[in-house]
Design a protein around this ligand. Structure first.
Ligand code: GH3
Ligand code: MG
Ligand code: MG
Ligand code: MG
Length: 313
């Protein structure tokens, strides 16, 4: 496998995948009406390498959660306008927030009240007062398990890209965001050309290497705020916020050029591959949901295939 890239960081076993989840300390969203206490928690967690966000306005908690994308929610039980239990109930109504671990951090020691608050969909309870080191350890352990689980659920084991359902969720989230903030947004669908022939000529293992190499290339070439997912076998999807059609086409063409230049070796033969791509951009027209944009990107991909492959439409 000769390539101008580094060896693709292929993640092949569950233990490696769990290891991967451990590399990120995680993001914690803090909800507490005591501003000073919330800031203190944030400071202590930041010192341990954990990113934090303190809720700014409880009324827009769902928006803030969707924007910050936390791995854990640390929430007070008693606040002037809303109770933590009410907020937990509200959060659980959103599909994309169903898996977010919610931990109450409260001075409430009455077990029955703790339980009824947790019945709203929280996962755990930590009682205040709590020392700084204790808090860090408690949060770290919970974050670690939360991230491991998230990786197992969301990541494709061959390429370590997010899977079909997660990239679709990312597209839905970005669609809503782009509408709200009136920003452009693009989706790209890529499909490796004549891939069956690669498997037939060089074997499935070599086919896997090609898939992993393209995944690595995608990961390296996109921006931090972009998402790349494995949509199907040798089909990928890019979700590109604040990206117009022109920019999306340019990106897909640049990556195509880099992909074409990769040389793979198998059975003493050198070969290379191409892909076809279809772009759908929010500036193309009136889409009413992400599903319609995905369909448009799929149609453009089909057009690229019919026009002779190895191109972006
Ligand atoms: P086209 O240019 O029209 O896309 O031609 P194609 O040969 O790529 O056609 P198609 O999309 O139907 O074939 C995809 C092939 O990819 C079929 C399947 O066996 C293979 N494939 C799917 N997932 C994997 C995988 O994880 N590893 C390997 N090695 N092959 C896979
Ligand atoms: Mg309070
Ligand atoms: Mg295909
Ligand atoms: Mg194909």
């Amino acid at each position: 496998f000769v390539s101008p890239l580094d060896v693709p960081n292929m993640i092949s076993t569950i233990s490696e995948l769990l290891e991967y989840g451990n590399k990120r300390a995680g993001r914690v969203f803090i909800v507490d009406d005591d501003r000073l206490l919330a800031q203190h928690y944030a400071l202590v967690l930041n010192a341990a390498g954990i990113e934090t966000h303190i809720v700014e306005n409880v009324r827009s908690i769902v928006n803030e959660l969707m924007r910050f994308q936390p791995d854990l929610l640390l929430m007070d039980m008693y606040m002037p306008d809303y109770s933590g239990a009410e907020l937990a109930g509200l959060i659980r109504q959103y599909k994309s927030l169903k898996r977010l671990p919610i931990v109450f951090l409260s001075s409430e020691i009455n077990k029955a009240l703790q339980l009824s608050a947790m019945a709203q969909g929280a996962d755990d309870f930590i009682t205040k007062p709590i020392g700084d080191t204790q808090l860090v350890q408690a949060v770290k352990n919970r974050l670690k398990r939360s991230l491991q689980l998230k990786n197992l659920i969301e990541k494709d084991s061959l390429t370590a890209l997010i899977k079909h359902s997660s990239i679709k969720e990312a597209a839905e989230l970005e669609f809503v965001r782009s509408q709200r903030y009136k920003k452009p947004f693009s989706i790209v669908m890529l499909d490796i050309d004549l891939f069956k022939a690669v498997n037939d000529s060089y074997g499935h293992g070599t086919g896997d290497i090609v898939i992993t190499a393209l995944a690595t290339l995608l990961r390296k070439r996109i921006r931090k705020t972009d998402r790349a997912g494995r949509y199907g076998g040798e089909e990928f999807m890019l979700v590109l916020p604040e990206c117009s059609r022109v920019q999306a086409v340019e990106l897909a063409e640049q990556i195509l050029q880099a992909f074409r230049q990769l040389h793979f070796t198998a059975a003493d033969k050198l070969f290379s591959c191409t892909y076809s791509a279809g772009v759908a951009a929010s500036d193309d027209g009136d889409f009413s949901n992400a599903e319609q944009m995905i369909e448009a990107a799929d149609a453009a991909l089909y057009k690229a295939k019919r026009a002779g492959r190895n191109r972006v439409c």
